[in-house]
Ligand binder design. Structure first.
Ligand SMILES: *Cc1c(COP(=O)(O)O)cnc(C)c1O
Length: 388
């Protein structure tokens, strides 16, 4: 038998977290519904090495998922949580204390900002936002009480790509912990931990789940010490993952690379259709030369995912844009992304970027697994309705 550690990443992904021998040969780790876990005897109850104690704390399926994502991200150990946002908030609360200063990227997922502005500030934690393209310039923002630099790349709506190695270098120089929201890359397109980031966080609702039916989050730590802090915090907060969601994400994992590849190649022609349209002021996607941090994307990323955004010219009001969107058959309006179906989600840019000054309706597109020509044909017929 060959040595498992010599397998290439695609092969490893087919085996990550699986232990058929524990389940009579059943291929996928089964859904594990449990709160109570029984002990053999009182001695087992008091034994600190007893593996499973209570469903919320850990169980065979949550462990399988954590092990698999940890392997995918090249980490030490992971915690699974109820959703991506709770993975983010649990991670922040694991390391931040009253009096600390946290630097958060200004292009972050908006609920991350709401949490920081409301909860973190009310706990006496100083919150400051920085430009996603700051790079090494972040050193000017480091203070005596800076505890954490929080990254998200590419940004959620405008897709600026951060210079992660530069920021990590500064963080390490000052002994500051780095946390990155890596949902965009799903642990495949970019590996934060291999660039020195301490914690990589993901919403498994996106490409990991891949079918718009999962609420699950995961945070992967680079060391036992960081993992222990996060696990303790998750236990204190009562954060845990749902059994069915864990199962579905494990299943999604096996087709993750293929779906991401497909999303990327499907996205490109639809993106190209948009940048040729006269109604469009700007398109946002890291593959475009003028996109913020495009060179860094080329240097650090394997590919892009299926997302891009479109800013329409200011003369097209929301009423005009509604006529276009409502005429589309293949682009329902809905939150989230990473599923098999194309979607449109309007974005309120005033909450996405503190310095947003551009006018015009802003829509984010998620391109699914439909045939791209069908998508373009649908857009062609839909845009005929966009008349001033
Ligand atoms: C969706 C999303 C989240 C939050 O994930 P949920 O699972 O919806 O809580 C966090 N970060 C990014 C970049 C996301 O797109």
């Amino acid at each position: 038998m060959s040595d498992k550690s010599s397998y290439k990443k695609e092969t490893k992904l087919m085996h990550a977290g699986r232990k058929p021998e524990n389940y009579f040969g059943v291929v996928n780790p089964p859904i594990c519904r449990t709160s109570t876990i029984l002990y053999d005897d009182l001695a087992a109850y008091f034994d600190p090495n007893t593996k499973y104690r209570y469903g919320r704390v850990n169980n065979p399926l949550s462990e399988a998922f954590e092990e698999a994502i940890s392997e995918l991200e090249g980490g030490h150990h992971a915690i699974s949580t109820s959703c991506g946002l709770s993975a983010i908030t649990t991670t922040m609360l694991s390391f931040l204390e009253n009096g600390d200063h946290v630097l958060i990227v200004d292009s972050c997922y908006p609920p991350t900002r709401f949490f920081a502005n409301k909860q973190l500030q009310s706990f006496g934690i100083e919150v400051e936002y920085y430009d996603p393209l700051i790079g090494d310039g972040i050193r000017q923002l480091i203070k005596d009480n800076t505890k954490m630099i929080y990254l998200e790349s590419p940004g959620s709506a405008t897709f600026e790509v951060q210079d992660v190695p530069e920021i990590v270098k500064v963080a390490q120089e000052f002994g500051v912990i780095t946390v990155m929201d890596n949902t965009y890359s799903a642990g495949v397109l970019f590996k934060p931990l291999s660039h020195g980031v301490n914690i990589s966080v993901q919403s498994a609702a996106k490409y990991l789940g891949g079918h718009s039916d999962v609420n699950l989050g995961v945070a992967v730590a680079d060391s036992e010490a960081h993992y222990r802090r996060m696990k303790a915090c998750a236990m204190n907060l009562g954060v845990c993952a749902g059994a069915e969601d864990l199962y579905l994400a494990m299943r999604g994992l096996r087709t993750l690379e293929m779906r991401l590849d497909y999303a990327y190649t499907n996205m490109l022609p639809v993106l190209a259709w948009f940048w040729r349209r006269k109604e469009v002021q700007e398109v946002y996607n890291p593959t475009l030369k003028k996109s913020g941090g495009h060179k860094i994307w080329k240097r650090d990323y394997k590919a892009a995912n299926g997302l891009f955004s479109v800013l329409f010219k200011p003369e097209y009001t929301i009423d005009h844009i509604s006529k276009f969107v409502d005429a589309l058959n293949l682009f329902p309006v809905g939150s989230s992304w990473g599923g098999y179906e194309s979607l449109i989600q309007p974005q309120d840019m005033d909450i996405y970027r503190s310095d947003w000054k551009k006018e015009g309706v802003f829509l984010r597109f998620q391109i699914g697994n439909e045939n791209p020509q069908d998508l373009i044909d649908d857009l062609e017929q839909g845009i005929q309705n966009l008349h001033i």
